[in-house]
Design a binder for this molecule. Structure first.
Ligand SMILES: Cc1cc2nc3c(=O)[nH]c(=O)nc-3n(C[C@H](O)[C@H](O)[C@H](O)COP(=O)(O)OP(=O)(O)OC[C@H]3O[C@@H](n4cnc5c(N)ncnc54)[C@H](O)[C@@H]3O)c2cc1C
Length: 416
């Protein structure tokens, strides 16, 4: 079957790989001049298969007033005259309810496990080098109450098969000596030894290359899709300035770009941009730079060792697509990173980046069918797109092939 995949971020490229594996004839259409130039460009690099903490969580609710008032808080809400923003926020608050958040975490754990196996298969078969490390992850807590709550959540995930253990502050510093300086700030940490990290953009560029050279996939870069042309309940073509691209099936993996394109067909997707920032620094001596991935939960900052570099990413802004805050927020991220890893590397020469997570209110991606019989969704991966991409790619390939998927796809319906 001829399948047209829209988008060459990590989700579109992994989708294309899963479809090629099933013998489909795949074309990818991408607006930008290369692979992974939007949300997949310089993300946090963490592959958090077992520590799948949705942003929508009951712990968020009591912190909201402080987040709204403090200028240097990790999460910021900048109200806009935009109905979509307010609808998204209300749905987010509803998704923070305890039972729903627990159910989401368990569902994401299943998709994470599928994704891990799928990523390993791609990496092995295509010999992809992307500064992949399997050093585990340590989530550190500064607040005793947050740490106690995290341990209770950990018990649920451990019962569901996740390998995790709680460490006190001194054990955190033993596991990760670069945290020695920050030890007095810490209440404790949760260690997940099976977690991984890597450079998402390097992964994507190498995968795009393999798809083109080894699997005969055509990638049409520099080709924005203007609309989808439908006839009855089927899509017949993706309309671009250079002409229509016809196919038997279409998979939308456009991240934020999915919203206007599908909206024009009457399919309204609950995806909103959550802005974040990253720094990439050349790492200093080993004892000052983390070897395991670290998440500072209080600041919502993640640290991932990528070869000789350290990727630092964080901040969540619910503010739409304007990036007027950029310089101030990057400076804040630098200051906050130096507070915990002061000698990790050359902060003055950091490469900086601002990106937008294509987020759903409940942190689950939108994977599966649309009202159009041959139009499929694989989008809305929010803060976990690198982690979940290979698994959701496999899911959508299963559904297109008519195979029963290995996790319950109903959990990822766009209109759940
Ligand atoms: C600061 C930050 C840190 C993050 N850290 C992590 C992390 O540590 N771990 C993790 O798992 N995830 C992380 N993420 C999330 C992850 O980066 C995203 O979920 C993921 O990259 C989304 O991939 P995507 O392919 O859906 O979207 P994108 O990478 O945005 O790809 C969509 C593609 O569609 C193209 N496009 C859009 N509209 C059109 C159109 N009309 N026509 C043609 N092409 C179009 C775009 O150009 C783009 O290339 C982070 C994100 C941010 C912003």
């Amino acid at each position: 079957m001829r399948v047209c995949v829209l988008g060459a971020g990590v989700v579109g490229l992994t989708t294309a790989w899963s479809l090629v594996r099933d013998g489909h004839d795949v074309t990818i259409v991408e607006a930008r001049g290369g692979a992974a130039l939007e949300a997949s460009f310089a993300n946090g690099g963490q592959l958090s298969y077992s520590y799948v903490a949705p942003l929508a969580d009951p712990a968020v609710l009591p912190k909201l007033p402080a987040w709204l008032l403090q200028r240097d808080s990790a999460l910021r809400f900048i109200p806009r005259f935009d109905l979509h923003q307010w609808r998204w926020c209300i749905a987010f608050l509803l998704a923070c309810r305890g039972p729903r958040a627990r159910q989401t975490a368990l569902e994401l754990l299943g998709l994470g496990a599928l994704s891990k196996a799928a990523l390993h298969e791609i990496v092995e078969r295509e010999s992809i080098a992307f500064d992949h490390v399997r050093n585990g992850k340590l989530v550190v807590y500064r607040d005793r109450h947050d740490f106690d709550r995290a341990q209770r959540k950990m018990d649920v995930l451990v019962a569901a098969g996740s390998e995790q253990r709680a460490l006190d502050a001194s054990e955190c510093a033993v596991l990760e000596p670069a945290l020695t300086h920050a030890q007095p700030l810490l209440a404790g940490g949760i260690h997940t030894p099976s977690e991984e990290a890597g450079d998402c953009q390097r992964f994507c560029v190498a995968l795009a290359d393999a798809l083109q050279r080894r699997h005969g996939v055509t990638i049409r870069y520099g080709t924005p899709v203007q609309s989808l042309v439908s006839e009855g309940a089927r899509v017949v073509a993706a309309r671009c300035a250079s002409g229509d691209i016809e196919a038997d099936a279409f998979v939308v993996a456009l991240g934020l770009g999915s919203v206007p394109l599908l909206g024009a067909l009457g399919v309204h997707l609950p995806i909103y941009p959550l802005t974040g920032y990253s720094l990439t620094i050349h790492a200093a001596q080993r004892r000052h730079t983390p070897r395991v991935s670290v998440t500072d939960l209080h600041r919502k900052i993640v640290y991932a060792p990528l070869g000789k570099r350290l990727r630092i990413a964080g901040m969540v802004e619910i503010a739409g697509l304007g990036d007027a805050q950029q310089a101030g927020r990057v400076a804040l991220l630098k200051r906050q990173a130096q507070e915990i890893f002061p000698a990790a590397g050359d902060y003055a020469c950091a490469e900086t980046w601002c990106g937008h997570r294509p987020a759903t209110p409940d942190s689950k991606p939108l994977v599966g069918a649309t009202p159009y019989g041959n139009l499929w969704l694989n989008t809305g991966h929010g803060a976990l797109g690198f982690t979940l991409a290979c698994g959701s790619a496999r899911l959508i390939a299963d559904v297109i092939a008519g195979r029963p998927p290995s996790v319950d796809i109903a959990a990822y319906r766009y209109n759940r």
